[in-house]
Write a new protein. Structure first.
Length: 278
């Protein structure tokens, strides 16, 4: 297939290009910066310099590529600019979906998040409601609704990504907070997924039916459970407790649907994933 990969130089994009090429697909990968085209070429894709926020430019780029499917892995989080990331999810996705429609592309795989479900103790499934009170909701709702307009729009609700190049890498933003002692043991839920497993899911999703799919590992955990293991892996002191009256937030997330579709995380738990960090 011809694949148009939006976000070729991101955490998932860099991992996904080689997987797509190895599977026999022809890949056109986007970047906003001319200086990054070399890295896209080295990974095996044809670079496309375009800003997805430019509706006319992205429509032209998709028309020129004539893809069979679009894989949307665009984020703007390197500087923790959540407003810019929300704009990318809202307007960037709108432009990408409109470009797909204009080019007759019916398949899109898009990156979403798994930590937006309404709070609860039981593992959230894809049919559970999202929490409109959380800040990312507006961007995520716009993204998922836009992708659902296509005949085969698959939304991958990724858990917290860890691995090289992520916030949880030893040089990442979360690691810096742990080393600074600014995180505390608390009953807040997190469902993780290694970035390599997330990329593998994006490849597999080219054959999946439309709809949302949770992409998380097998072991949801509270901060009180995972933070000591993560801190030890970083060589940082064990954080203190948030207190016995700390409220439980978030929700564990189920990966049963993804497992049923044939995806299986190579790193089934953050326990081994954190221990293997370099």
């Amino acid at each position: 297939m011809k694949i148009f990969l939006a976000g070729a130089t991101g955490v998932i994009g860099r991992r996904l290009i080689p997987l797509l090429v190895q599977a026999g697909h022809e890949v056109a990968g986007t970047t906003r910066r001319e200086e990054r085209t070399g890295s896209v070429t080295e990974l095996g894709a044809a670079p496309v310099v375009v800003d997805v926020l430019d509706a006319a430019a992205i429509r032209e780029a998709v028309a020129d590529a004539r893809p069979d499917a679009i894989v949307h892995q665009l984020t703007d989080l390197s500087g923790e600019d959540f407003e810019a990331n929300s704009q990318l999810r809202i307007q960037g996705t709108r432009n990408l979906v409109d470009a797909a429609k204009a080019a007759g592309v019916e398949t899109m795989i898009a990156q979403s998040i798994a930590w937006l479900y309404v709070p609860g103790e039981t593992p959230a499934t894809e049919t559970d409601a999202l929490d409109a009170s959380l800040p990312p909701y507006a961007g995520i709702a716009a993204l998922e609704n836009a992708v659902a307009e296509l005949e085969r729009g698959v939304v991958l609700r990724y858990g917290a990504l860890y691995g090289p190049g992520t916030w949880y890498a030893p040089d990442g933003a979360i690691a810096q907070r742990v080393k600074a002692g600014s995180l505390r043991l608390a009953p807040a839920w997190t469902s993780f997924v290694h970035a390599d497993d997330a990329a593998a899911a994006a490849l597999a999703a080219l054959d999946w039916p439309a709809g949302p799919v949770n992409i998380v590992d097998d072991e949801p955990a509270t901060t009180a459970e995972w933070l000591p293991v993560y801190s030890a892996a970083l060589g940082a002191p064990t954080p203190g407790s948030a207190g016995k009256h700390a409220a439980t937030t978030g929700r564990p997330v189920s990966n049963a649907k993804a497992l049923g579709l044939g995806w299986k995380p190579r790193t089934p738990s953050w326990r081994t994933g954190f221990a293997d960090m370099k």
